[in-house]
Design a binder for this molecule. Structure first.
Ligand SMILES: [Zn+2]
Length: 371
């Protein structure tokens, strides 16, 4: 199983210049390779492959271009382009909006990768080929063999190393306890154990600050230094909110994995929901997808399972007797006229989700049924 660790880097001024230069060279390579594919197709009707372009890169390198950047890092930039083309063709084939790969403007190419070798991690130093030994803050131990090393710059200009390691798969434990999780609009999550977790207040406060900063930014004159400052402020607040949110989601996912062996989520169609403007903010805020992702990775390391169920009527159905009790979003309490069950609507939904997850395990495709 693959797992990733992200560590902060503290490059010197000189190293930072080298890192920036590497990003720029990769960006130019990406853009020129994209232009080459476009031309080859439009003018000669040829579809370029990654192999074609990698061979061309070797020739260009002999002329002394791209000096100062590790060769596999350059190849990885071409691989990224290849990936975006493959995704493009997949979308075309599937009849979806294709979205042709785009040229990357300044500041839009944010990371580069050492896909196999060319980097070395020792105590508090990360040595990168062609760049040097950069101070790294390793806030935790790395398990397993490091496979790839990606260097990334965020909007605030901070640098990070993302190390992907391969560790042995943890054998699945015999599941004994299951928990259902529902994303609510009022509370962050409702659990089938009856618990609900609220969104922290500091997050709402930070959001308000962000709104003010954004308004402020929109009033500044383009190209002015005040605008630059305001922009940085917005970026800083965004980063802060994201950090808080991730920390919070890590706590919840840890709790879920510690408390059950099977964790059942509703497989929300996030893309579909983002189109619904009223719900969009909540979905983004609550970072539903991220919570599932964090839980999946923690579960895999503990030999536990995350089930995703296609759930319909989970909030309408009574988790005790199964009849449909229609309610609008404003109705917060599930009250069943048939069996008399009364509980938080989201907790009722999470119980239904749990049931669906367990049923899905028992009989394969039954999870897609309306139960
Ligand atoms: Zn009932």
């Amino acid at each position: 199983m693959k797992t990733a660790c992200k560590f902060r880097l503290y490059p010197t001024k000189q190293q930072e210049a080298q890192l920036d230069l590497t990003l720029e060279i990769c960006r130019h390579l990406y853009n020129s390779a994209l232009a080459d594919r476009k031309n080859a197709y439009e003018v000669e009707g040829i579809s370029r492959t990654y192999e074609d372009q990698a061979a061309m890169l070797t020739v260009e390198k002999k002329d002394g271009n791209f000096r100062g950047v590790f060769s596999q890092v350059l190849q990885d930039a071409l691989k990224r382009l290849d990936k975006s083309f493959k995704a493009f063709f997949r979308r075309v084939k599937a009849g979806r909006e294709p979205g042709y790969p785009r040229f990357k403007g300044q500041g839009w190419y944010k990371s580069f990768t050492y896909p196999q070798v060319g980097f070395k991690l020792e105590c508090s130093k990360l040595t990168l080929s062609k760049i040097g030994s950069i101070r790294i803050f390793k806030h935790r131990e790395i398990k397993g063999k490091i496979k790839t090393c990606t260097i990334k710059k965020n909007k605030l200009g901070c640098w990070y190393a993302i190390l992907v390691t391969e560790i042995n798969d943890v054998p699945q434990i015999e599941p004994k306890k299951a928990i259902g999780v529902d994303v609510g609009l009022k509370s962050m999550v409702a659990l089938s154990t009856g618990e609900t977790v609220q969104y922290p207040r500091y997050y709402i406060l930070a959001e308000q600050k962000l709104a003010v900063a954004q308004r402020n930014l929109s009033r500044k004159k383009k190209g002015s230094s005040n605008r630059q400052k305001a922009k940085l402020k917005v970026a800083r607040l965004h980063q802060k909110i994201q950090n808080h949110r991730d920390e919070f989601l890590h706590q919840i996912s840890r709790k879920l994995v510690d408390s059950a062996d099977i964790i059942v989520f509703e497989n929300l169609n996030i893309l579909g929901m983002l189109k619904n403007r009223h719900l969009a903010k909540h979905i983004q805020d609550h970072a539903w997808g991220k919570l599932i992702q964090f839980t999946q990775s923690k579960a895999a390391k503990a030999g536990k399972v995350v089930e995703l169920v296609v759930a319909r009527y989970t909030s309408q159905k009574c988790s005790q007797c199964g009849i449909i009790v229609p309610k609008t979003l404003a109705v917060r309490v599930h009250h069943c006229p048939n069996c008399g069950l009364e509980m938080d609507r989201d907790v009722n939904a999470s119980l239904n989700i749990r049931t669906l997850g367990l049923r899905g395990r028992a009989c394969g495709d039954a999870r897609a049924l309306d139960l």
